[in-house]
Design a protein around this ligand. Structure first.
Ligand code: RP5
Length: 162
């Protein structure tokens, strides 16, 4: 049996971003969303970035999740090359704790949007959930899985603090 074609592309500027971005991949896997994972650096592999973003829609991708740290221009550059929704995950950097990544990704000039999530693991998880929500607009089965995820999450929160 062949595996279904990916509909979400997870890209990141470096392999060192994987411990953060794995949480986006796991979130999508848990919801049964086919996805692919690639290292695509805006400054170290600019041609790979160009080809990836330019070809993403034709290959059947519907959403791109882009994680990067430091001078994190990958999400914005990807967004400039495709009309697909791009979700940006600021990876926590050593020197500035990801504040540099966050500001680099969030401050896009009007006209080229990047949906920016929180710094680090929470942002990667939420990027996966948000990508799934976008896809669920036209996929009732996925929508039901998201509703069930929320129900279980609510159920798992205890009322007492000790
Ligand atoms: C960015 O530079 C990457 O997204 C990564 O977060 C950061 C550091 O990369 P490495 O030097 O660890 O490869 O492009």
């Amino acid at each position: 049996m062949t595996s279904p074609s990916p509909v979400v592309g997870i890209i990141m500027g470096s392999r060192s971003d994987w411990p953060t971005m794995i949480h986006a991949a796991e979130t999508l896997a848990n919801l049964g969303v086919p996805h692919e994972v690639k290292v695509v650096s805006a400054h170290r592999t600019p041609e790979r970035m160009f080809d990836y973003a330019k070809g993403a829609k034709a290959r059947g991708l519907k959403v791109i999740i882009a994680g990067a740290g430091g001078a994190a221009h990958l999400p914005g550059m990807a967004a400039s090359l495709t009309s697909l929704p791009v979700l940006g995950v600021p990876v926590e950097s050593h020197s500035l704790k990801g504040q540099d990544s966050l500001l680099s990704i969030v401050q896009m000039p009007g006209g080229v949007p990047v949906g920016t999530l929180a710094i680090g693991k929470a942002g990667a998880i939420n990027a996966g959930l948000l990508a799934a929500s976008i896809l669920a607009l036209s996929d009732p089965v996925l929508d039901a899985r998201l509703v069930e995820f929320r129900r279980r999450q609510t159920e798992s929160v205890p009322e007492t603090a000790e």
